[in-house]
Design a protein around this ligand. Structure first.
Ligand code: TTP
Ligand code: MG
Length: 412
């Protein structure tokens, strides 16, 4: 098999492998929300902190979103009722959730990561996979040096702790970061994987949640080693194909690629007219309804879009797309509409043909701000409050119930 090295030459590799070995990093912030609170208030450093409970949102009332490591010593954990956490650690300090602050920090963490790796897959508000394959040839010290540089940047620019796991695939990199926590680095070499994984709970295997773990335990399977020695037929009987999948993971085998966040996903809406439409008023109204629908979907997912694309097909089946990248990711209907509208106007300036289809697609989705794990973040800006109100009306009376003519006006 031939590989390109960094000088562009090709080099022969002797081992008959299917693919070049990969260098995958998993970065996860430590006690993320609590660490931000401790960073912003020196009085909280070194003491048990629980974040949550004080939120006004009914869905999160009374629940711990995260506990600082000082509070974890007492058994406090994420998703635990606040009352229970306070029984375990009565002297803990409780701080309310400041989602806007955490989202902002998250964005800055992801920016730092994107400076260290060509492929970054954001997983949630505080974690990401990085594919650094090939970089080890350019960076003396390989994975550990890249991990150290990332941690140094996060510490110096954001004053926060992060843990980095290093390995040859996503699964092992994630296990490595779990084992390296808090504020650490851990590498798992492929050859060491069976030894490292053997004593761990089956819960480390992706797809084994609390319910499945309990079912496995009822079959006498607690650890990864026990799962590996379980009969295939037994696993297949209880868990179908998942059994085989877990066994592969248990052997440290995982060939899933690291996907570039935001590039693969988009949210779109398009409409083909029964008869071609020449009237710009009708076209604009259709486009606006599509922006309202897609931006609402963004907000439901807690995601923001950075790339706005308008698709226009004329009666002769010629299709044009016009895209714009926004300075900041947003889920605000008005901001997205203004971008769509200018793309539409620009297109119509040179093409007045009746349209057969019009559509909008929102891409560059910013998973770093994904908030689905959490209660609704407080609507901070006026524009966001308008969206929240409009979404509430749409939910109650249907998507067509509200028209925000005034809110859609261009500034100036
Ligand atoms: P995690 O990365 O799961 O946890 P963590 O960063 O607090 O701690 P660790 O050092 O173990 O990684 O989650 C990131 C943030 O997401 C966390 O700080 C708070 C929030 N969160 C919730 O709101 N609810 C939850 O159930 C969990 C697990 C996390
Ligand atoms: Mg974390």
């Amino acid at each position: 098999m031939l590989y390109a090295n960094h000088t562009g030459d090709t080099i022969a590799r002797e081992a008959p492998m299917n693919a070049a070995p990969r260098l995958i990093l998993h970065v996860d912030m430590d006690a993320f929300f609590a660490s931000v609170e401790q960073r912003d208030d020196p009085d909280l450093r070194g003491v048990p902190v629980l974040v949550g409970g004080a939120s006004k949102s009914p869905s999160s009332r009374g629940v711990v979103t995260t506990a600082s490591y000082e509070a974890r010593v007492f058994g406090c954990r994420s998703a635990m009722p606040m009352a229970q956490a306070l029984r375990l650690c009565p002297h803990a300090i409780v701080k309310p959730v400041r989602m806007t602050v955490y989202s902002d920090v998250s964005r800055r963490v992801m920016e730092i990561l994107s400076r260290h790796a060509p492929i970054v897959q954001v997983l949630g508000i505080d974690e990401a996979f990085l594919d650094c394959s090939g970089l080890e040839r350019l960076q003396p010290g390989g994975g550990p040096a890249i991990a150290a540089a990332i941690r140094r940047d996060i510490r110096s620019q954001l004053n926060l702790p992060a843990t980095v796991g290093i390995s040859c695939n996503k699964f092992l990199a994630k296990v490595a970061s779990d084992l390296g926590k808090p504020d650490g680095v851990r590498q798992i070499a492929q050859a060491d994987a069976p030894r490292v994984l053997a004593p761990l709970d089956c819960g480390v295997l992706m797809g084994v949640g609390q319910k499945t773990a309990t079912k496995l335990q009822s079959l006498g399977i607690h650890t990864v080693a026990q799962l590996l020695s379980a009969e295939d037929a037994l696993l297949a009987h209880h868990f179908g194909d998942m059994g085989r999948h877990w066994k592969r993971l248990a052997q440290g085998d995982d060939d899933r690629p690291v996907h570039v966040s935001g590039e693969r996903k988009s949210i779109g809406s398009e409409r083909t007219f029964g008869q071609d439409v020449a009237d710009d008023k009708v076209l604009r109204a259709t486009l606006m309804a599509q922006v309202e629908k897609t931006s609402r979907l963004l907000r439901e997912r807690g995601t923001h879009a950075r790339v706005v694309t308008v698709k226009l097909r004329t009666g002769d089946f010629t299709t044009a797309t016009r895209s714009q990248t926004l300075p900041m990711p947003t889920s605000n209907t008005r901001e997205l509409w203004l971008a769509c509208e200018s793309l539409f106007i620009e297109f119509r300036r040179t093409n007045r043909a009746p349209l057969r289809l019009i559509g909008v697609s929102l891409g560059g989705l910013d998973e770093g701000a994904q908030l689905e794990l959490f209660s609704s973040p407080p609507a901070s800006s006026r524009a966001e409050r308008t969206d929240v109100a409009a979404d509430a009306v749409s939910e109650r009376f249907g998507p067509g119930a509200i028209r925000r003519a005034g809110a859609m006006d261009r500034p100036g």
